[in-house]
Design a protein around this ligand. Structure first.
Ligand code: NAP
Length: 256
């Protein structure tokens, strides 16, 4: 049987895990696509490409040029533009499409969460005197907090912001996850963090900050997810692998 060409839209931990698992599947030739937001790419199994496609039409052209047979959208739960483009392009190119979307985090006893719909609402919801507030929102979202001149902020980012976010009192911590509970507790204690702001990304890799906040009794401002397009969706890599098996008629190679 001819190998199927699979494009994974990356940016999530699931995308890396999926590419890794498929390295042993002879039925698929895999290429992972990255937007190119981080300066240093994390290594990925198999082939990869970097950079935007140029909207839906650009992605359709890429799918055709590269003879892509199957598209898996494994972008981050907040990358809603790419997800909408992916569904539209797969429809236009008439190829199977699946989205991996991990479930959002749910509050548990002991959590003090305030859910908001946007970064602007998150900035407004930080309690007065919560100094410093820890921001785990990505470097491009930092300007939303510039108006809270009553507070100082500690922001964890992978790369420095391209432009000054305009926050008067800002300390940056450079690190790439995952982080465990001990690391998060140590960071929060070292800086005396009084409040945590994060997107509701879900998943295990970024959960420890929420556990640390619970343990230290800190309020958490949680930004809700944007709406996602109505695509066929699975919650994890194992389900995506099961779906991929159906794409090859249940025939299996070395992956059984
Ligand atoms: P977005 O708003 O949904 O996408 C903006 C544009 O970036 C897309 O229209 C596309 O450009 C390009 N793009 C996004 N993902 C791409 C991919 N995997 N391969 C090639 N081009 C891609 O996305 P975003 O929120 O800016 O996130 C950018 C990337 O960072 C995503 O891949 C996402 O998985 C990852 N990420 C995002 C977050 C987050 O909080 N948003 C967190 C962690 C990782 P064209 O229209 O030119 O094709």
């Amino acid at each position: 049987m001819a190998r199927k060409r699979l494009l994974i839209l990356g940016g999530s931990t699931e995308a890396f895990a999926l590419a890794e698992r498929l390295a042993d599947w002879p039925e698929f030739s895999v290429i992972t696509s990255f937007a190119g937001r981080t300066r240093k790419l994390r290594p990925v199994a198999g082939a990869h490409r970097v950079g935007g496609f140029g909207g839906v039409s650009g992605l359709v052209a890429y799918l055709k040029d590269q003879n892509i047979d199957v598209l898996i959208d494994a972008t981050h739960p907040f990358a809603h533009k790419m997800s909408a483009n992916a569904l539209a392009a797969a429809k236009a190119a008439a190829i199977p499409h699946l989205m991996i979307l991990r479930p959002p985090w749910q509050a548990e006893p002991g959590d003090d969460w305030r859910e908001v719909a946007s970064m602007a609402e998150a900035a407004a919801a930080i309690p007065q005197g919560a100094d410093p507030t820890f921001l785990a929102v990505g470097r491009t979202e930092l300007p939303a907090f510039a108006g809270r001149r009553d507070l100082s902020f500690l922001a964890r980012v992978i790369d420095p912001p391209e432009t000054d976010p305009g926050i008067a009192r800002l300390k940056l911590v450079f690190a790439r996850g995952p982080f465990d509970l001990a690391q998060e507790l140590a960071l929060f204690r070292e800086h005396g963090v009084a409040c945590v702001v994060t997107k509701n990304s879900g998943g295990d890799a970024a959960r420890a900050k929420l556990l640390a906040a619970r343990q230290l009794g800190l309020p958490v401002i949680l930004v809700k997810r944007p709406p996602m397009p109505p695509a066929e969706t699975v919650p994890d890599v194992a389900s995506a692998l099961a779906w991929l098996k159906t794409q090859i008629g249940g025939e299996v190679g070395s992956h059984v």
